[in-house]
Design a protein around this ligand. Structure first.
Ligand SMILES: *Cc1c(COP(=O)(O)O)cnc(C)c1O
Length: 379
């Protein structure tokens, strides 16, 4: 299922790519609800858990086109995509390198499950290329990164990592959730496997739980083999909702990029705010790399409140909703220590640089002026 239309713009791919025909000439892909498909006179064996039913294919074709991948898989959650991908490649005794500043759920998965399977891992103290290099071992199989990371938006040089992986013959995996395929295409920079929590920007309306993996035919074929047993597939109705969401992905993300840029500049100038983390700010440690490898800086930013208690501040907000998760059309805000990184120990939170007064803002598609006025009155 190779991506066949590389000349089309992303906004066009979002709307049209992968669409399946309707026997009644309707212009939308029908929802093919069957879990049972005929098998005579065909080699095809369609079944939801085989990741090959029509509505799943629509999503894969669209996302593969957007990420310049040959193929992919769509899962019931981002963590199903993360865990299935890692466990598809790792054998007992293998070693994995994880960057500093991982999504809390991924960190929890690694810390809780890896030792049970005899898997070795190193979680880095910082994301300098030398730190990655010095963590490499003979048995290193995977380097796993997340750029921009959650919640501090730290940036890793993707080309550097992909070169390192080629040289040491290990697999590079990126969680590209925060960037979305609109702002960053890691496969073009040599990364082997791209993962998305589709619950976030791809879904975009805070009403779908899904995940995706995009890669070469060879790697997807390996992951598919394990996926059949792990069983984390996405059902047809959710695929339909996700297809509808993906049609507006590029315009949503473009607006979110713009709004987040405006808000970051505003917050940076406020006395009441300590640090602002946004890769589009020239003061951000990863700004130069982000500028090189991303086409937009994204809709996520974090900041530290200097004086006010973070719960009081959040309760005063009238437009921005204090809520978990991210990537929706509505702006939401949360404190990572009590939400995404709740299951991570205090020491690890500190090692990652996540302070108690940190707030993570997922900027929506509202009017930027209205969002600023909301923050202004709460401060
Ligand atoms: C939310 C998230 C995940 C996990 O996705 P789920 O859909 O919640 O399973 C993984 N990585 C990142 C960066 C996320 O934000």
């Amino acid at each position: 299922m190779k991506h066949t239309s590389p000349l089309k713009a992303k906004s066009t791919l979002c709307v049209h790519e992968g669409q399946q025909p309707d026997a009644y000439r309707g212009i939308n892909t029908p929802i093919f609800t069957s879990t049972s498909y005929g098998y005579l006179d065909t080699e095809e064996r369609l079944y939801p858990r085989y990741f090959n039913i029509p509505n799943q294919k629509v999503i894969i074709e669209k996302l593969a086109a957007l990420e310049n991948a040959q193929n992919g898989l769509v899962f019931g959650s981002g963590m199903a995509a993360v865990s299935t991908t890692l466990l598809s490649f790792l054998n007992k005794g293998d070693h994995c390198i994880f960057q500093n500043g991982l999504y809390g759920g991924t960190l929890h998965f690694v810390n809780e499950e890896f030792s049970r399977f005899g898997l070795e891992y190193t979680i880095l103290k910082n994301n300098n290329p030398e730190t990655f290099r010095s963590a490499l071992k003979k048995n290193t199989k995977i380097i796993y990164i997340e750029s921009p990371s959650n919640p501090l938006l730290s940036i890793v040089d993707l080309e550097e990592i992909s070169k390192m992986c080629r040289k040491h013959q290990c697999i590079s995996v990126i969680d590209n959730t925060f960037a979305s395929p609109i702002n960053q295409n890691p496969i073009d920079l040599g990364i082997d496997i791209v993962i998305h929590s589709a619950t976030k920007y791809l879904g975009g309306h805070s009403d779908i739980s899904a995940g995706a993996v995009l890669s070469s035919n060879q790697y997807i074929s390996r992951i598919t083999q394990s996926s059949l047993s792990f069983g984390g597939s996405l059902n047809a109705i959710m695929c339909h909702l996700l297809e509808r969401s993906l049609k507006t992905l590029s315009i949503r993300v473009e607006r979110q990029n713009q709004n987040a840029g405006v808000l970051a500049e505003y917050l940076y100038k406020k006395r009441e705010i300590d640090r602002v983390y946004y890769p589009g700010l020239k003061t951000h440690a990863g700004y130069e790399i982000a500028k090189r490898q991303m086409t937009g800086f994204g809709g996520m930013l974090s900041f530290e409140l200097k004086t006010q208690d973070i719960n009081t501040f959040q309760k005063k907000l009238q437009l921005i909703k204090p809520a978990m998760s991210l990537g929706g059309i509505e702006s939401t805000i949360c404190a990572p220590v009590t939400t995404s990184h709740r299951l991570v120990s205090r020491e690890e939170q500190e090692a990652e640089g996540i302070r108690e007064n940190l707030l993570r803002l997922s900027v929506g598609i509202e009017d930027a002026g209205d969002l600023i006025r909301d923050i202004e009155q709460a401060l």
